[in-house]
Design a protein around this ligand. Structure first.
Ligand code: ADP
Ligand code: ADP
Length: 228
């Protein structure tokens, strides 16, 4: 699903590279945790997958996309195949829960009939039945993150990138959110989750990719958070 080959990303000629000759693979339908200290290159990795940045050198493949060679007009197709969830939820505050999820389908031109069917189904899927008409500010943090996940998966992406999705949530709520991500993964979506939450990583025992200074320093199939 993801394949990086000798990828270096250097933002400025004078600085050390954010990613340094990085090679790694994530298989289709895997759930992988991305760990490592702040500044180790996790966000840069996500940006390269989305073609928000271009590597200084090396090859990036995501699904059937050779990201390096992708023409500008094909970048939206790449991005439509990747759902994204963030620590700060990034909901549209003026739209209801249902409209936040519907908007993700509207912007890619899905017909109204598809949207009418998919939105309630996806809200139920993430555990938000009954909240469709609420505004984001009426929700708990965990509910907001469920809306963000619904929006990210409503188009059934092949890959879901979650950048510290539990970073603003208490431990019990974090566990519930990871259960939702696990359900999405079991439905066939590859999930990569950047996190600092050792309890979640240790409880899940999924692939652990550890970055340090832009290098992959650990790749364990059923990993724990470790001493880091
Ligand atoms: P993480 O997500 O693990 O905290 P980042 O990918 O954000 O790490 O950062 C890796 C390195 O790249 C850091 O040294 C950071 O300062 C640098 N960096 C990240 N984004 C930029 C940018 N847009 N311009 C210059 N340097 C950047
Ligand atoms: P589980 O194995 O957790 O029960 P399934 O994949 O069998 O999940 O799906 C259960 C229900 O959720 C079905 O109605 C299915 O269409 C719906 N569903 C599954 N994945 C998604 C998704 N990414 N977005 C919206 N609905 C989904």
């Amino acid at each position: 699903m993801i394949k990086l080959t000798n990828v270096t990303m250097q933002y400025a000629a004078s600085s050390r590279p954010a990613l340094d000759e990085l090679s790694l693979e994530v298989e289709k339908e895997e759930f992988a945790f991305l760990i490592g200290p702040s500044g180790s290159g996790k966000s840069t990795f996500f940006r390269l997958l989305l073609k928000e940045d271009k590597p200084t050198k090396g090859e990036v493949h995501v699904g059937a996309f050779h990201v390096n060679a992708l023409r500008n007009r094909d970048v939206p197709k790449l991005r439509q195949s990747i759902g994204c969830v963030f620590q700060d939820f990034r909901l549209l505050q003026q739209k209801t829960v249902a409209d936040n999820v519907a908007f993700a389908l509207e912007v890619i031109g899905k017909p109204a009939s598809t949207i009418r069917e998919a939105v309630p189904q996806t809200l139920e899927y993430v555990g938000l039945s009954g909240k469709a008409d609420r505004m984001p500010h009426e929700l708990s943090g965990g509910e907001m993150q469920r809306v963000a996940i619904a929006r990210a998966v409503v188009n059934r992406p092949a890959l879901l990138l979650a950048d510290e999705p539990t970073g603003n949530l208490d431990p019990d709520t974090s566990e519930e959110i990871v259960e939702v991500l696990d359900r999405v993964n079991r439905g066939g979506t590859t999930v990569v989750m950047a996190t600092h939450d050792r309890h979640i990583v240790d409880a899940m025992r999924r692939r652990v990719l550890e970055f340090d200074n832009g290098k992959l320093v650990r790749n364990d199939e059923h990993g724990v958070y470790g001493i880091g």
